[in-house]
Every structure is written in C-alpha cells, then in structure tokens.
Design a protein around this ligand. Structure first.
Ligand code: NI
Ligand code: MN
Length: 222
C-alpha cells in the first residue's frame, strides 16, 4: 500500500482501493485523486473539504453523514469505537479530543463528535488521528490495532503541538510517524526538525517528513 500526503490533513491510501482521508488542501483541488472511498474525521471545513463535490462513497460520524446524505452524497454513518468494513477496507473510528461543526453558505450545523480512524487495507493499518489533543487512550489504539503508521497533527493551537505529539507517538507505538496538520497557515506553524530529532532519539520510532504530494510505501507490521 502507498500513502500520499497531499497536504494539511489530507492523505490518500492507494492499495486494492483508493481511500482519501479529509479531502481538503489549501491550494487547488483533490478531485484528480478519484478515490473509491472518502473518510471524514470531523465537520470543520479544513477536513470536510471537497466531500460534497467529490460525491464518492463517504465514511463519517453520524451527524456529518446525515449532512452529506442531504447533499446527495452516498454517506456511510458510523461512530466512535465502531468498525465498518467497506469494499474490503476496514475503518475503525477512534476518539479525538476536539470539537466539530459544519458551516456552509446556508448556515452552520451540528458536526457530532470529532474522530480519528484506523484504516486497514491489504493487511496494513494506518492511524489517522484527525484533529486532537493528546489523550492517554491512544495507548489502547496501539494495543488493539497495532498500526504500522501514525499520522499525527503537530501544528498546535487547534491540536497537539510537537511536544504532545511526541508522547502521542509513544502511546500509539507505530514504528513510523508522519506529522500532519502543520504549516498550512501561520497559525499552525511548527518545525518538524526538532520533533523528528527528539522523537528518534527518545524512541524506536522513525519520523517520516513528507512534502505535500509526496508518497511512501507502507508494509504490514512484522
Ligand atoms: Ni478541526
Ligand atoms: Mn483542522
């Protein structure tokens, strides 16, 4: 399976299916990725992104799924703690300590709870934390699902910053960590260099810094 970071919180997983998480990038469109399935961590605009325009099969928490269905999207609702198998891809919705609200031209709507996902395809599990603070139950995500890769926000202000993400990485225990949700705007500026150095010195974890649009290969945990 291949993982492509398109920027911000937007990640494309390409294996037997194409799964796009949080279809928002700051500049341009993600329409060209042509995913089979879209997964939305929460209702904020920088995550819901182009979900309505893409009109693909979309996995989201009940409130976001309800909104998307009303817009003509084939949305699959689920909720935190649950697992949904869709076209041989498994989505487990994990908690996130964050808020959620949907805003569009006609008003603002309840986004339900904010979440993250453990997505398993072709035997590889990836944890996408969504927008979240550090919470100690990330240990359970590691113990239960053994993700090979953890995508963790490090931008601060709205989510964890690098210091908290260092502890999150150790709680989850994935061998590879990819920082996300940083440097999209000045308000979430963060330096991945000390984050990578400090984490790799402290733990048996490698930090992979991707440029927007850059891909990496993901193999199953041995
Ligand atoms: Ni958010
Ligand atoms: Mn966000």
């Amino acid at each position: 399976m291949q993982l492509t970071w398109l920027g911000h919180s937007c990640v494309l997983l390409t294996g037997s299916k194409k799964v796009l998480v949080d279809p928002f990038i700051r500049d341009g469109s993600v329409k060209g990725t042509d995913p089979d399935i879209v997964a939305i961590t929460h209702g904020h605009a920088d995550h819901l992104g182009e979900a309505v325009a893409l009109k693909k099969k979309t996995v989201a928490v009940s409130e976001v799924a309800y909104y998307l269905k009303a817009k003509g999207v084939q949305a699959e609702s689920m909720n935190i703690g649950g697992t949904l198998e869709l076209d041989s891809v498994s989505f487990t919705m994990t908690p996130a300590v964050h808020s959620s609200r949907i805003e569009d031209d006609s008003g603002s709507y309840d986004g339900g709870a904010a979440a993250g996902f453990v997505i398993t395809m072709d035997g590889v599990s990836v944890y996408h934390a969504g927008d979240t603070a550090l919470f100690s139950d990330m240990k359970l995500i590691g113990e239960l699902y053994h993700p090979a890769i953890a995508l963790l926000p490090i931008g601060g202000r709205y989510t964890m910053g690098p210091a908290e993400a260092m502890m999150a990485a150790q709680f989850v225990g994935a061998k590879t960590v990819v920082p996300i949700h940083y440097n999209t705007w000045d308000r979430i500026a963060a330096d991945h260099v000390p984050f990578k150095k400090a984490l790799e010195r402290t733990a048996d974890i490698s930090v992979r810094i991707l440029k927007p649009g850059e891909s990496m290969e993901c193999s199953p945990v041995q």
